[in-house]
Design a protein around this ligand. Sequence first.
Ligand SMILES: Cc1cc2nc3c(=O)[nH]c(=O)nc-3n(C[C@H](O)[C@H](O)[C@H](O)COP(=O)(O)OP(=O)(O)OC[C@H]3O[C@@H](n4cnc5c(N)ncnc54)[C@H](O)[C@@H]3O)c2cc1C
Length: 397
Amino acid sequence: MNRRAKVKAGSRAQRKRDLLEQAARIALPERADVCVIGGGAAGLAAAIVAAEQGTHVVVLERDPECGKSILATGNGRCNFTNAVLDPMQYNDPSFVKAACGTSWLDNILAFFQACGLAWVLEDEGRMYPRSRQAASVRNVLLQRAQDAGVTLTSAREAIDARRIAGAFTVRYRECFGDEKLRSLDARRLILATGGGALGLAANLGLAVSATQPILCPLACSGFGLKAIDGRRAHASLSLVRDGDVVACEHGEVLFRDYGISGIAAFNLSRHARAGDKLVLDLLSDMSVQEATARASHTLDGLLDPAIARELRMHAGSNEGALRTAKHLELEVLGPAEKERAQVTRGGLVNSQFCPTTLEAYDVPGLYACGEVLNVDGPCGGYNLAWAWQSGMVAGRG
Ligand SMILES: Cc1cc2nc3c(=O)[nH]c(=O)nc-3n(C[C@H](O)[C@H](O)[C@H](O)COP(=O)(O)OP(=O)(O)OC[C@H]3O[C@@H](n4cnc5c(N)ncnc54)[C@H](O)[C@@H]3O)c2cc1C
C-alpha cells in the first residue's frame, strides 16, 4: 500500500471509530410505537411519514450511520427518481401499480420539496439533486427525520424479530463495545432491510423467494473480448432465447475481458439467463449500405480502432468485419461482478402484503418497503422511486 492509500485507509478507519462512538452515545428506549429495521432509502422515508403522524419511531440501522447506502447511488450523485414512472418498468407491475397509484412522481417530489431538496432533470428523465451530490439527499432526509422526532440509531443490527401478544419484540446487537444484545418492543414493525437480512422473516412467518443479483455486468463468451477489454461502443443489444428476442436495450457498452458492462448491460441483466444469446449491432445508427459506403477502406472511422481491429481479425476482411459489427453474437454465462450489483431480485414474497398499505395479511402491524420486497426496476431512478414511495406507504400504515 502506498503512502497516500495508507493515509486514506487511516482516515476512513478513524471516521468509522468516530461514527461508532457517536452511535454508542445514542440511548435507545425499550419501547416505541414503531420500529423500522433498516435506515436506508425506504426506511428513512417510512420513519419520517410515521413520525409526522405523531408516533414515536425508532430506526435500527446496522451501518455506522443511517443513509449510507444512498451515498453510493448514481455514482455519488443519486439519481433519486425518474420523471416518467411506469409500473410496467418493474418486475411486478400490478403490485407496484397498486402501491404507487397514479400520482406517484408528484408524491415523491412533494416529499422531497418538504425536505428542502432542489433537483434537476437530466437525459432520459433522470432526476438528481441540484447539488449533484447524493449527500444532499441523505442529509435532508436525516434532518427531516430528526425534526420529526425519529430516534435514529446506527451500529445496531437486528438479529431477530417476533410477534408476541399483538406487539413486536426486536432483538438487536450493538456493533460496538462488547456487542451487547438488547431488545426493543414496538406496536408496529417496518422491515426496510434492502437486499439482505431476510433471516428476520422466518420468525415472523413470512415467505421468502430466492434472491439473485441484478443490475450488474454480464459474463459472456465468444469474440475476442480479452483484446477489447476496456473499450466502448454505442450499440443496440438484443437478448435472444430459443430464437425469440426477450429484451432489447440501446446505449453504451463497455467491453470487459469477461463480458460486457455499462447501463445497457445492467438493464439486460434483469432478463438474462445463462445460455441466452446476446446480439450486438455496433452500427445501429446506419444501414449496411450506409456503413459499407463510409467504411470502404477501414472501419476505424466508425468504431474504436481497437474494436475495429479485432473485428477484422475475427472476420478476415473489411466486409466481414462490417457484417460482424452489425451482428456480433456473444453467449451469456450469467451475472458478473455480483458485488457491484445495484439491486437484489427476490426477497419477501409480494403476495403476502396488501399492496395499498404494504401490511402483511397474516401478521397485522407488520409492514415491508423497498428492496426487501420482490420489486426491481431498470437503471434510471426507478429503484429509489420504489424505495421512497413504498416507504411512504408503509410509514402511513
Ligand atoms: C452502487 C449503487 C448505485 C445505485 N444507484 C441508484 C440510482 O442512482 N438510482 C436508483 O434509483 N437506484 C440506485 N441504486 C439502487 C438503490 O440504491 C436501491 O434500490 C435502494 O437503496 C433500496 O432502498 P432500501 O431502503 O430498500 O435498501 P437500502 O438502501 O439498501 O437500505 C437498507 C438498509 O438496511 C440496513 N440493514 C440491513 N439489514 C439490517 C439489520 N439486520 N439490522 C439493521 N439494519 C439493517 C442496511 O445497512 C441498509 O442501510 C443503486 C444501488 C447501488 C448498489
